[in-house]
Design a protein around this ligand. Structure first.
Ligand code: ATP
Ligand code: MG
Length: 361
């Protein structure tokens, strides 16, 4: 089927435009058994395999698309356009509040956009349509370009954002909770390709496979191609600290340990940043002092896309991307077993002393 794909934001990227367009085209191509493209200014005409429902399902999950429409095309000839418009009008059943919205980018076409509106409006009138330009329920869009005319009556919303991959690879610290998978999605939306690192609390790592963690990754991956899930054991932190960290500081030191481990992965595997689901002051380890302390000695850039969000906003997003139900399923996360009364203001000087304690074996 022929689909007109708009990508507003990446249309703004000037010299980088071809790279963004190529990334988006590659993503779309991978999602369909067959996909061919005609590039027009700041949009594609794609010929995609599948039916309307399956194509809609796929395109509405591809980041970088601002909207898409199933279109009919014809040549830039006034009579041919009129005929095509009439054949489309005959398929429309809701005739009460109708409008035509023509846009002419090919200035060689002999009629202006308002003149095309009038021409098709007249035909609609003859077929019993009531024209309503203030609050139409059905609009016939007509785009006249130098590649031909595109006609469509519905615009499906896309997710917006940038195509996955154009901002590089990053590593998300994934917990079993609500926030981190939403944070991963937010950065996918800014063009990041996301892999995951989870600290588990099982004695045997193979038990992670049957937990909700790989399922969460699978759901988040619906917005990108399959990712890698790296696992580390909480017990490695316990072995290192051997109970030398006072309970009130344990959470912040552990968060720092997770970030420093993620930092090593970034250096070894070339990730450009670490993502966390931190939201300012949401829990004890997320006060500004503690965020500073947890970031101590971490060289890689840490992205915290949810920092200014409140929990309800995060939950809405988790529902939208489909991770919410899994996130609230019971799971023995490392942080949940730590002291309930964690210190809320760990200064860097204290952090240094705490890390020294670990080194003194
Ligand atoms: P979430 O809902 O994602 O668990 P949260 O509100 O529970 O977040 P914390 O438990 O303080 O907040 O965790 C803050 C961030 O630290 C998480 O969003 C995640 O990025 C990281 N994190 C927490 N626990 C783990 C874990 N077991 N493995 C990897 N990263 C983790
Ligand atoms: Mg958590």
């Amino acid at each position: 089927m022929k689909v007109l794909i708009h990508y507003n934001e990446i249309g703004l990227k000037g010299k980088n435009l071809p790279f963004f367009e190529k990334t988006l085209m590659t993503t779309i191509r991978k999602a369909f058994t067959s996909a061919t493209f005609i590039k027009d200014s700041k949009r594609f005409i794609a010929e995609l395999s599948g039916n309307r429902a399956s194509i809609t399902g796929i395109l509405s999950r591809i980041l970088g698309i601002s909207s898409f429409s199933f279109i009919e095309t014809c040549s830039n000839d006034v009579e041919v356009l009129k005929k095509k418009a009439v054949s489309m009008l005959k398929k429309i059943t809701d005739k009460e509040h109708f409008a035509v919205a023509a846009k002419r980018s090919d200035k060689r076409f002999p009629l202006s956009s308002p003149e095309v509106n009038v021409m098709i409006g007249d035909e609609a009138h003859k077929l019993g349509f009531s024209i309503d330009l203030t609050a139409p329920t059905v609009t016939l869009y007509v785009e006249i370009t130098d590649k031909g005319c595109y006609l469509y009556s519905a615009k499906e919303p896309g997710l917006g954002g940038l195509p996955v991959g154009c901002s590089g690879r990053v590593l998300c610290l994934l917990s079993g909770g609500i926030d981190s998978s939403v944070a991963a999605y937010m950065m996918m939306k800014r063009g990041c390709r996301v892999d995951f690192l989870h600290f588990h609390n099982f004695l045997d790592e193979t038990r992670v496979a049957s937990s909700k963690i790989p399922k969460l990754v699978e759901v988040a991956d619906r917005f990108q191609s399959p990712s890698k899930l790296f696992l580390e054991a909480y017990s490695s932190y316990e072995e290192l600290t051997m109970g030398r960290i006072p309970a009130a500081y344990d959470l912040v030191v552990f968060k720092n340990y997770m970030l420093r481990t993620a930092d090593e992965y970034c250096k070894k595997k070339g990730y450009k940043a670490i993502i966390t689901g931190d939201s300012l002051a949401q829990v004890a380890s997320q006060t500004l002092d503690n965020i500073n302390a947890t970031s101590y000695l971490v060289d890689s850039t840490i992205l915290r896309p949810l920092i200014g969000f409140d929990k309800n906003e995060i939950i809405l997003l988790a529902r939208k991307i489909g991770t919410f139900d899994l996130s609230v399923e019971k799971y023995q996360d490392c942080c949940s077993i730590m002291a309930k009364k964690a210190e809320t203001s760990v200064k860097i000087e204290i952090m240094k002393k705490l890390l020294k304690k670990i080194e003194e074996k």
